[in-house]
Design a protein around this ligand. Structure first.
Ligand SMILES: C[S@@+](CC[C@H](N)C(=O)[O-])C[C@H]1O[C@@H](n2cnc3c(N)ncnc32)[C@H](O)[C@@H]1O
Length: 242
């Protein structure tokens, strides 16, 4: 999250507290990481808000938020109709959630609430990147069932359609992940990805067996599985004039 924090820090001025809104924040894990890092590096104060339409997720965010970054507030709301004043956020982030949103309405709301020159930072995956994950490669039907992910051109078009962004930069982030088969199985049991909810209980059990079998065939040491993970980082800057 260092890269995202550095991008955001570039939008901070000393004039007023830096107002950061993380939408689809879930348990707030990324908001906490980014806020902790920003508050350590910014010269100005930081005002962090995590927004999600799920009160249950925000309940968890409040419980977990005590450790990483204790200052965040949480707001229940939908990104398509943000309960936020126009031009009141210096930056908006969205991690792993944009595929849940109505893209055009979200882009329009993002452009409304961002300040002039404010930054919108999206962290997501394309369908091709999803296919290359350990889930896409070994978990039966995982990539086929996940049809919600947006393409780069869909994201770009939705942002362009608002006429509000002066620049849109897209880059691929790649890193190595080391985990274990037992941890991966826990993630399925916890529905870590909403894609798992597209399976009936029986289908999920059968897919899980096949997944374990395939992973054991490919990785010799299942207590230490290493693979690459790609994401997309989109950084859009609002025009300087609202
Ligand atoms: C996959 S989770 C990502 C959570 C978090 N950003 C992370 O990466 O850990 C997607 C989140 O988006 C929220 N969400 C889905 N649709 C939404 C909407 N229209 N408005 C606000 N939040 C929404 C869900 O409740 C969920 O918490």
């Amino acid at each position: 999250m260092g890269l995202v924090s550095d991008v955001l820090a570039s939008a901070a001025t000393e004039a007023h507290p830096f107002r950061l809104l993380d939408v689809g924040t879930g348990t707030g894990r990324y908001l906490d990481m980014v806020s902790a890092r920003l508050s350590a590096t910014l010269v100005t104060d930081l005002c962090s808000i995590g927004l999600d339409r799920s009160p249950a997720m925000l309940g968890q965010a409040r419980r977990l938020n005590k450790c990483a970054y204790p200052g965040a507030s949480h707001l229940v709301g939908a990104v398509e109709t943000l309960p936020i004043r126009a031009a009141s956020c210096d930056a908006m982030t969205c991690f792993n959630a944009i595929h849940h949103f109505d893209l055009a309405r979200f882009a329009s709301e993002a452009s409304r609430v961002l300040t002039p020159s404010g930054l919108l930072v999206l962290y997501t995956r394309t369908a091709a990147q999803n296919r290359d994950t350990i889930w896409g490669r070994f978990f039966p039907d995982f990539a086929e069932l996940e049809t919600r992910l947006y393409t780069v051109s869909e994201l770009q078009k939705a942002l362009d359609a608002t006429d509000a962004f002066a620049s849109v930069r897209v880059e691929t982030l790649r890193w190595r992940v080391t985990t274990s088969l037992s941890r991966l199985l826990e993630q399925v049991a916890a529905y870590h990805y909403s894609t798992f909810r597209f399976y009936s209980p029986d289908r999920l059990r059968t897919a899980l067996d096949t997944f374990q079998h395939r992973v054991r065939e490919v990785f010799r040491d299942c207590s230490r599985i290493t693979f690459s993970n790609d994401h997309l980082l989109v950084v859009a800057q609002r025009t300087a004039v609202a």
